[in-house]
Design a protein around this ligand. Sequence first.
Ligand SMILES: Nc1ncnc2c1ncn2[C@@H]1O[C@H](COP(=O)(O)OP(=O)(O)OP(=O)(O)O)[C@@H](O)[C@H]1O
Ligand SMILES: [Mg+2]
Length: 248
Amino acid sequence: MSDATGSSITARERRMPANAGTAGSAGAAGRSMLTYTDIPADLAEAVRGILNRHELREQAGLPPTIAVTGPARGAGVTTVSQALATILAQELGRFVCWFDCSWMRTGRADHDDGRPGLIDILEDHGQLSRALLSSNELPQLVCLSPGSVPEPSRNQIVRSHELSELLRILSDEFDHLVFDLPPVLGHANSLALLRQSDASLLVIRHRSTTISQVRRSLESMDPTPNLGVVLNQYRTRIPAGIRRLLGE
Ligand SMILES: Nc1ncnc2c1ncn2[C@@H]1O[C@H](COP(=O)(O)OP(=O)(O)OP(=O)(O)O)[C@@H](O)[C@H]1O
Ligand SMILES: [Mg+2]
């Protein structure tokens, strides 16, 4: 990582982007951000396990840009991506940007918080710092949630030079970028952003995601390296004491 002058700086030496706002635990456009203490314990363990296994396996640092996605809606991608970003910031002390990519799909009203939307940012990258929000509890975690984009523009934006340039700026500014992507099955644009990521993380939901969905998702996400699969919201009727005896 280097600053605009090319000199090497660490996350702790780096300051927040000049105009980044603070919003307690709330993200831009009113999206609430999971706080560290609110991360479900089993999810936090699953995320730590994936990060630790990657470091052991690869004998290398964690990928700078991680795209989190699921096969279908409601798997828990927002929850898991926020948990990942929060753990990277809180436990590893990294400077992290969580990027809400729901602008790639319909179903969200335009945000009206007075902050620049994605189109504003792409037209003038100088607007970026006003769109970033950090939390008071964890200033090294910043979220970018730039509202929605009209349907015809989305498909162009995702392959645009301006978006690539925005991602480059964010990569220079932060140790890690964590994308909260729409489901990979049925959203071709998610695949386009996956291709610009260093690694993927697939979220599947216990008793909901099918084996076929997992297989098709992993196939479509290839060749972006996969960090792991989070089995989210695992529920079992086996009592906790017996699970411990079984080594679960
Ligand atoms: N590990 C978890 N423990 C408890 N609740 C969870 C967990 N994961 C997700 N949830 C809850 O399940 C719901 C759906 O989760 P989330 O919004 O993260 O899914 P999503 O995949 O982002 O959905 P969408 O496709 O609609 O964006 C939310 O109410 C969330 O709080
Ligand atoms: Mg979501």
